[in-house]
Design a protein around this ligand. Structure first.
Ligand SMILES: [Zn+2]
Length: 106
């Protein structure tokens, strides 16, 4: 069964106005371009980070401009790994450990 990439490649090949033979040659090229673009989008989403900072009242302010309040504790204790607003990897900055990231790196 054709997935959306195959369908889109076929559509674009048709738009090219080439002969059926040329279209058949063009389709796999278009498919790989489409798949590469999609992989790029997924990689961006995986890399996104959202820093949540706790304020004096225990309200967590997200890096993407929202606020969240937990009944108890913070995102780490509540096993939150991703920001529910932007989908980024959640980086928790609790009030108690305000020290900046150790900066060990990749
Ligand atoms: Zn966010």
């Amino acid at each position: 069964m054709a997935d959306w990439v195959q369908e889109e490649a076929a559509r674009q090949a048709k738009l090219s106005g080439y002969s059926a033979l040329k279209q058949a040659r063009l389709r796999p090229v278009l498919e790989s371009c489409l798949r590469a673009g999609r992989a790029e989008g997924l990689r961006e989403a995986a890399d996104r980070q959202c820093e949540w900072c706790e304020d004096d009242d225990g309200v967590w302010h997200t890096g993407c401009g929202h606020a969240f309040w937990f009944d108890s504790d913070g995102p780490v204790e509540n096993l939150q790994k991703f920001c529910g607003y932007c989908g980024g990897n959640l980086i928790a900055r609790a009030l108690a450990d305000e020290t900046p990231d150790s900066g060990q790196g990749d």
